[in-house]
Design a protein around this ligand. Structure first.
Ligand SMILES: [Zn+2]
Length: 77
């Protein structure tokens, strides 16, 4: 995996400093499906407690969600 550049997150809306950290991310989509992904890079602002994900990460999560939904549907039919 390529090295992550914390600079990609830019400054926080509160003008605080965004730090890169690795977290276990849990996402729930509109239909209530939960997806837990271990160790994703997250930008975190300790000043206002906001967290950010890179667009590429969100895109990968969307794809993982779509795959999970597809498999769930296939097994239910
Ligand atoms: Zn902030």
């Amino acid at each position: 995996m390529a090295m992550s550049n914390v600079g990609e997150f830019g400054p926080c809306a509160c003008s605080g400093t965004i730090q890169l950290r690795w977290v276990e991310a849990r996402f729930v989509d509109a239909s209530g499906d939960a997806l837990v992904v271990g160790q994703v890079p997250q930008g975190y602002c300790g000043t206002c407690n906001s967290s950010y994900y890179k667009a590429s990460i969100l895109q990968a999560l969307e794809q993982a969600f779509a795959k999970q939904r597809g498999e769930t549907k296939a097994s239910a039919l």
